[in-house]
Design a protein. Structure first.
Length: 262
C-alpha cells in the first residue's frame, strides 16, 4: 500500500525548482510535502474516499497557504500556523493558489475511521485519535486555525527530517501517528481569529495580483482601482505597491543568495 510520488515544479523567480512529494501511507491516509516557489501549481490528485468527507491538517513552515471553503470563500494559513478541517474545505479548485511565491508546508489528508486508528496505534495501545479529531471538529462551518506550539512544531520537524533523509515509510508512518497524537492532546488550543473572504473578494485580489506589474490607470476607472486596492490589501495584508516592493526585494535577495552559492 505504501507509495511515493514526486512532482517537480518550475520557479516563478529563481532557477531553483520546487516540488511536491506525495506519500500514500495507508488506504486511509496521505501526506503531502510541499516546497514550491510559484504562486500557482497544478492540483495534485489524491486518493478518492467514495464521497466520504475527509479531514485535512495543514502546517506552514514558510509562507501563506489558501484554505478555500465549499461556499467559494476562504482564508489562509500563515507561517507557523496549522489548520484542521473536517468537511468544510473545498478540494475541487482547478489549481492551488498561494498568495506568496514561496511556500513550504505539509498537509495530511485522512479518512477518520477505526481502521486507520488501528493501523496507527502506538505501542499496541488502542488509540482513537482520528475518530476523536473528527468528533471534535464535526459540525464546524470553518476550519480550525491556530498557532503551533513547540510540541506541534517539533512533531512536524521530525516528519520533515524523515522526508529529507528519504527514511523508511514505516518510520514516516510512526512519526505521522505521533503528530496526530500531539494534535489530539491539544484540546485547549487557542483558535486564531481569522477573517474569511467571499469568493468575489478573493477573485478581485487574485486579479489585482496578476496585473500588479501593469499600469491600472490605463485599463480601469479610479473607482475600480480603489476597489481592487482595498480587496488586495484586505486579502494579502499590504497595499499593492507595498506588496510589489517587498516581493521585489525578496526576489532580488533570493537571486543574490543563489549567485553567492554558485
Amino acid at each position: 500500500m505504501n507509495e511515493k510520488r514526486e512532482v517537480i515544479l518550475p520557479s516563478d523567480f529563481s532557477g531553483e525548482k520546487g516540488k511536491i512529494v506525495c506519500y500514500r501511507i495507508s488506504s486511509y491516509l496521505e501526506l503531502l510535502y510541499i516546497d514550491i516557489r510559484s504562486r500557482r501549481i497544478p492540483e495534485v490528485q489524491i486518493q478518492a474516499y467514495e464521497g466520504e468527507a475527509v479531514m485535512t491538517v495543514n502546517f506552514s513552515f514558510l509562507g501563506k497557504c489558501e484554505v478555500l471553503l465549499k461556499n467559494g470563500g476562504g482564508t489562509y494559513v500563515d507561517t507557523g500556523e496549522y489548520s484542521i478541517d473536517y468537511g468544510t474545505a473545498s478540494r475541487e479548485a482547478d489549481e492551488f493558489y498561494y498568495p506568496r511565491a514561496q511556500y513550504h508546508g505539509m498537509e495530511l489528508i485522512l479518512y477518520p475511521c477505526p481502521e486507520l486508528d488501528k493501523e496507527l496505534s502506538l505501542n499496541g495501545r488502542n488509540t482513537k485519535m482520528s475518530v476523536e479529531l473528527k468528533e471534535r471538529f464535526l459540525g464546524r462551518e470553518t476550519p480550525f486555525i491556530s498557532k503551533a506550539d513547540a510540541r506541534i512544531e517539533q512533531a512536524v520537524r521530525v516528519i520533515q527530517d524523515d522526508i529529507e533523509a528519504d527514511a523508511d515509510m514505516n518510520l514516516l508512518a510512526v512519526d505521522v501517528s505521533r503528530w496526530l497524537q500531539v494534535l489530539c492532546s491539544k484540546r485547549d488550543a487557542v483558535e486564531t481569529n481569522r477573517v474569511y473572504y467571499s469568493g468575489s473578494q478573493i477573485q478581485i485580489a487574485r486579479k489585482t495580483m496578476d496585473i500588479l506589474t501593469e499600469d491600472l490607470s490605463k485599463r480601469y476607472s479610479a473607482a475600480t482601482q480603489s476597489r481592487f486596492a482595498k480587496a488586495f490589501k484586505n486579502y494579502y495584508g499590504a497595499a499593492p505597491l507595498e506588496y510589489k516592493r517587498k516581493h521585489n526585494l525578496n526576489k532580488d535577495s533570493r537571486q543574490m543568495e543563489l549567485s553567492d552559492n554558485k
